[in-house]
Each structure stands twice: as structure tokens, then as C-alpha cells.
Design a protein around this ligand. Structure first.
Ligand SMILES: [Zn+2]
Length: 449
């Protein structure tokens, strides 16, 4: 299924009302059905973030891959028409939640960096690791050497693992190629994955992830290469374009605010909506820039200023926090999510899955970190990992909540309520996963396609 972010729907209309067609799938007797409803037109902010709509003894009816009815089990059973082909799943008191939306990953890459992980534990600095051939450039080297087919094969395995932990929509960035051909190879691998795997995939072009070594002494040439050659390729094809967003790593030693602005505006001129890796290691002004250029999200934000956050709240730029990365980097602060909620930002959380600074894609674990380290409540963290995350990638019109007319992307937890997700840290409580109305994980096992 190729994702097609629908910003119009996400910002405006509510989903169409169902006419109760014959039901393909019926889930009954959910201990609680957490719909996270009410955030489709606009992300959940302020006190609303902490009030996910919960239906005790809930049920969901699915027809043609979409949610056809939602309510208490009694109410839904009295309304829907079942037939011989209706499959009924008795949740037996387990909680049902929307599938997780992972709004920030670098999932397509080659190689592995566990050696560097061990070095970091012994106190090696980023510079020392880079000097010994590690860091992002080691992934760039491996990804350049890999064929598209190899990237796809590794990607398919990883996407299966994502399904097992309940992720049903994922954003994937390029940025480990850093040449015209290798960036396009990565984006084409992402496209192939979206055709071959049930997870909805939203593609982002990130040629501005790093300045490759061959351009360190002539960085303006690399920026010109991005703007004149990479961006047009990523944006070619109109509706069927290879990327929907253009992301930049705005950071000391990577791209300055001015260089980032140039790249993001050039991307926007090609129809790619801006995104920013902002204020991760220093307060450089990435969040202010994100608001200025109308970015759909600004991500990381460990050092974001109040002024930057205020402008993001005003402009509607979603604040995507990545607590897994702060956890892995060990000696950095966490993003101030409480302050973001206070200032009216739409807060989302994502994994930042990548082979260096966050090798996990587990959204349940990210929710645990969001609660323990950023002090989100369990309910806020769930909304941040579903509907608000969907807003960060232009998918809120289709996914992120359990509402009539939306895609039936559902997770049945092996737990009676959603508050157990962060509480039972590091355990696999994802029991059943339904993607577009089809059971893809059953009793913790992949259903083979
Ligand atoms: Zn990232």
C-alpha cells in the first residue's frame, strides 16, 4: 500500500460516515477500546492530549479495510450485519488501541554499528568514533555499497519486526546515500517496500543528513548538488513522487540555519513539505526555522527555546520528541515535553530508528521512555504515538485513531488497559495486529502473507 499523505483531509474534513455494510471483521469484548478519537481535524493539544476516548467493553466493526462502527459491544452487535464471512475476534477483556504511527525513522540502511556502541560505553567520544571509521559515515559507506535489492530485503525483515511491536504506519528517510544516485537508490528501495509490505510507508528525502567527506572543503557545492540534482529527482513524478517531505539536519557542524532554509525552501518549491531535525545538540534555532518555513514537524528539540516552541504552536508545526535517541546518547537532556504541552504544541513521539543513535523501533519502549524521562502520562504518550504522530506525517485523515471511515489499523494488547504499555516496560504486550482490516499478527506471531 503506497501511502499518500492527505494534508487536506488531515487539517479539514472528518472521515465519511458509514452506512453499515456487511462486516468482514468484528472485534468484541475489549476490556477497553481506546479510540483516541477527536484529533483528526487538529492534533490533540493541552488537556485534550490526556483524554483519549475510552469505551469500556468496546467493539470495532470493520468492512472493506475500514472502521465501520465503534461502540460498546452491545451497541455494535445491535447495529451491524454479520454474515457467513464475518470473522469475530473475542478480545476477552484485552485492550484495543490504534496501530502505532512511527513518524521518524531511518529504516533503510546497510550495516550495523554494535562495535561503536561498545566503544561509547567505554567513554569514546563522537569524534574518536568517527576517527576510527565509525559514526554516520560508516552507515553511508555500507549503504552506498549495497544494491537496492539488498536494501529492500533488509527493509522487509525490519518492517515485519515493526508489525510485531504494533507499528502500522512508518515514515522512512533517505540520507545514507549522500550522492545523487545513492539517495535515489534509497528512495526507490522505500517505494518498493511500500508496494511489498502491508505497513503504510511515508517517504522523506534527507540528502541534507550530513556533508559527505568528499565535500567537506566545498560545502556550498554539496548544497548546490542537493538543490539542483537530488531534490528534482526526489520530487519528480507529481502525485507518484519518490518523497513527500524534505528534511534537514540543522545542527552545529552539519547544516547552518541559513543553509537549511535554502534547502527547505527549494524543496518546498518542488512540492516537498519541510521537516527539520532541530535543536538536538545545541540551541541553534531549528525550531524557529521550522515554524518560519511552515514545516509539518520539527523533531528532536532537546534544546528548543520557548520562543521556538511558541512559534511552532502558532504555526501548527508538530513537535516530534525522540526519547530513544536521548536514552542511547546517554549524556544528553531529554526534550522538555511538559513545557511543549504547556505552550500549546502538538506533541508527538517517534523512534528515530537508525543504526547509530537509536537501534530500536519499539514504540511500546519509546512510550515507556516518554513517560519515565519526559513525564508524559501514559494516555498522553499513547496519543503522541498515534494521532499526533499521524499529523506529523500528513496521515491523520486516514490513520492514528479508531473512527468510522478510517483505516482499520488496530492493536490488541495482552493487557486490560493502555496504561500497562509504559508500565510493563520492555515486554512484548502486542498480541494481535490488524492492518487495513487484515489480521497480520496473531498471538504475537506474524501471519505469513
Ligand atoms: Zn533522525
Amino acid at each position: 500500500v503506497e501511502a499518500r499523505p492527505d494534508r487536506e483531509t488531515a487539517r479539514g474534513e472528518s472521515p465519511p460516515v458509514s452506512v453499515h455494510p456487511e462486516i468482514d471483521l468484528l472485534i468484541i469484548s475489549a476490556g477497553e477500546l481506546v479510540t483516541v478519537a477527536g484529533g483528526t481535524a487538529r492534533p490533540l493539544t493541552g488537556a485534550a492530549l490526556d483524554r483519549p476516548a475510552v469505551i469500556p467493553n468496546g467493539a470495532v466493526a470493520v468492512a472493506a479495510g475500514q472502521v465501520a462502527d465503534v461502540g460498546t459491544t452491545d451497541a455494535v452487535l445491535s447495529r451491524v450485519q454479520t454474515g457467513p464471512n464475518t470473522r469475530v475476534i473475542d478480545a476477552a477483556g484485552r485492550a484495543v488501541i490504534p496501530g502505532f504511527v512511527d513518524a521518524h525513522t531511518h529504516l533503510v540502511f546497510a550495516g550495523s554499528r554494535e562495535d561503536e556502541f561498545a566503544m561509547r560505553l567505554q567513554g569514546a567520544t563522537y569524534q574518536e568514533i568517527a576517527a576510527r571509521g565509525g559514526g554516520i559515515m560508516s552507515t553511508v559507506r555500507a549503504t552506498r555499497q549495497a544494491t537496492r535489492e539488498e536494501l529492500v530485503a533488509a527493509g522487509l525483515r525490519r518492517l515485519d519486526e515493526l508489525l510485531l511491536v504494533g507499528t502500522t504506519t512508518v515514515e522512512i528517510k533517505s540520507g545514507y546515500g549522500l550522492t545523487v544516485e545513492d539517495e535515489e537508490k534509497q528512495l526507490r528501495a522505500v517505494r518498493e517496500l511500500s508496494h511489498r509490505h502491508p505497513i503504510d510507508i511515508v517517504p522523506t528525502f534527507m540528502g541534507a543528513h550530513e556533508i559527505p567527506p568528499e565535500y567537506r572543503s566545498k560545502r556550498e557545492d554539496y548544497i548546490r548538488l542537493i538543490i539542483e540534482e537530488m531534490l528534482p529527482r526526489a520530487a519528480a513524478g507529481g502525485e507518484g513522487r519518490l518523497a513527500w517531505f524534505c528534511d534537514v539536519f540543522t545542527e552545529k557542524g552539519v547544516f547552518t540555519v541559513e543553509e537549511s532554509r535554502q534547502i527547505l525552501l527549494a524543496g518546498r518549491a518542488h512540492g516537498l513539505v519541510p521537516k527539520v531535525h532541530a535543536d538536538e545538540l545545541s540551541p541553534l534555532g531549528g525550531s524557529e526555522l521550522a515554524a518560519e518555513v511552515g514545516a509539518i514537524s520539527a523533531d528532536h528539540l532537546l534544546h528548543a527555546s520557548d520562543e521556538g516552541l511558541r512559534r511552532m504552536a502558532q504555526r501548527g508545526t508538530v513537535a516530534v520528541c525522540l526519547p530513544g535517541t536521548a536514552f542511547c546518547l546517554m549524556n544528553v537532556p531529554y526534550a522538555n515535553a511538559r513545557r511543549m504541552v504547556e505552550l500549546g504544541c502538538a506533541v508527538a513521539i517517534a523512534s528515530d530508528f537508525n543504526p547509530g543513535s537509536c537501534p530500536t523501533y519499539s514504540m511500546p519502549f519509546i512510550i515507556t521512555l516518554a513517560c519515565m524521562q519526559m513525564k508524559l502520562t501514559p494516555s498522553e504518550a499513547l496519543a503522541a504515538a498515534t494521532i499526533n504522530a499521524a499529523h506529523a506525517i500528513g496521515m491523520a485523515g486516514r490513520v492514528g485513531s479508531i473512527e468510522v471511515g478510517k483505516q482499520a489499523d488496530l492493536v490488541i494488547l495482552d493487557a486490560p488497559n493502555h496504561r500497562q504499555i509504559p508500565y510493563r516496560m520492555g515486554t512484548g504486550l502486542v498480541y494481535t495486529v490488524i492492518k487495513n482490516g487484515r489480521v497480520v499478527v496473531e498471538e504475537r506471531r506474524l501471519v505469513r502473507r
